[in-house]
Design a protein. Structure first.
Length: 82
């Protein structure tokens, strides 16, 4: 089994432009699939849980993870490409 590696790609307030794979994710419906990632915090001890989502744009399927860090502030993660 291959372990998927994810990296933080941004922190944005709700509605602020957040491009993943060149697409602003706020302009699309997020489809959650109940899977979550355990994310190690970068600057402090501990872990968070990020929900996995996907969006569809034309013929492209874009997957990312997100967690609401505080009211209206989101942290985003994308899978590292090899």
């Amino acid at each position: 089994m291959k372990i998927r590696e994810w990296r933080q790609v941004g922190i944005r307030t709700e509605g602020e432009t957040m491009n993943i794979q060149g697409i602003n994710i706020w302009g699309h419906e997020w489809i959650g699939d109940r899977r979550k990632l355990v994310i190690r915090r970068l600057n402090e001890p501990g872990y968070d849980w990020a929900q996995l989502y996907e969006i569809r744009h034309k013929d492209q399927l874009i997957q990312f993870a997100a967690l609401e860090q505080s009211n209206g502030v989101w942290k985003f993660f994308a899978e590292d490409s090899e």
